[in-house]
Design a protein around this ligand. Sequence first.
Ligand code: NI
Length: 497
Amino acid sequence: MQKKVSMKKSILIISSIALFFACKQTSKNETKPTHNIPVVTHSSQMVDDIQVNTIQIGGDSTKEKNNFQASYPQTKHEFINAIEKQDALKLQQEFEEEIKKVTKDAVAGVTFGKHFEVLENSKNLIGFLNETYRSFGNTFSDEYQTNYYDVTNKKLLTINNLFTSEKAFSTFASKITLATKETLKKIIEKDASLTQTDKQNMLNSLVEQINNGTAAAVKNYNAVVFKPEVVEVIFNKYQVAPGSMGSIKVQIASKDITELLKEEYQTLFRLEKKPEEVKNLPKKETTTTQIPTSDVNCDEVPCVALTFDDGPSVHTNRLLDILKEEEVKATFFVLGKSSKVQPNTILRQQKEGHVVANHSWNHKDLRKLSTNEVVEQINNTNQAIEEVTNTKVKYLRPPYGAFNTEIKSVSKMPIILWTIDPLDWKDRNAETVAERMMKAKANGIILAHDIHKSTVDAVPNVIKTLKEKGFYFVSLDELYAGKKLENGKVYNSRKTN
Ligand code: NI
């Protein structure tokens, strides 16, 4: 349930971080945040307004050739939930068709994923940026779509609906056409492999494609993100440039189009600014991660570490209730993107003594990314967590437990895998999952996923049984207390050598 809290505009400073949020009193029964972007408050009792649902096929180990992970939002509005879920199911269907084509001896499998960001969450308007990625081999192809919902009129808006008139939409589009030409010109200018003549020819050949791809038609504007300073249009591959150039992001100044938007949607421009300073929490270049000492001594008592991947999700708060009741500390390997949606869940995890760790930004197989992209996946996730917890993230678990030498060397964090995989993605049966988790041995690490209801259902039984056997449930900080973990080294139990 949504906890009803009302407060006036306030600025809250948590340590050195200023977390900005605003709530305003509305009716006597209801309080809705008037501002966009998930509200982060000091209170661990605050439940996130929008939460994450995830469909997972293929688990978290490299044993599975084909993988699917689609997240979609759960809001308080059923009409929105239904549309977003439908999009995820459509992608699932496409994935299921594709995997039928993958033969047994095929080297590469199919990986599809879908995640979302909350762009707007105000009284009248809710907006998401959906990113869909598909991989049939060694690279990913990404696709973007923004969905804006008019909450009052209960409808999914098309981009032209945001503007005061069709003419205003056309004015916007013509500004984007110009900006697209400029953007592509800059990209092409940078290409050292082309002569000046090649560059000019290439630009000339693109004119028609750009004009068509940016014309004032709804289908051309699948992804438009409004920010305080700029409006960004994301054109999918092939739309305005050759496929080799990937998706193209074009920006224009927000102030140039503010008055083209309908009054009731002007909130789009009041997007909260990201706390910039937090980016640079002390980043010492060290080769090891020192884990502080703890009250539990795993040298003397049998310890076991529960770890939950791929969250936070709609099921995480219930899991936290169970862990609190049982006084059990666990570790959450969260996705950066979902952490942005549910910052209050992350804050609660930390406040209740759990360890929050890094499971990448959006669950892409890191081996298929460039070094820069790997670094971004890791750093952006650490940043998203640290902005909320103000605590340095210590552990990394790459999606699918998949890594290579390069990932190890750029990670700058110890990589933590697991001892027991209960295959909770495969068998959505609490009893089966519990039985497998109960096979844990002293100093082991249990892998589980707080995106599945059945997994959360299994937890009370696992805790009860293992406690009866004399086990102590510990977080990774407690499991490795007093030890020095080498950054880039892989651990799958308490053993460090
Ligand atoms: Ni995972």
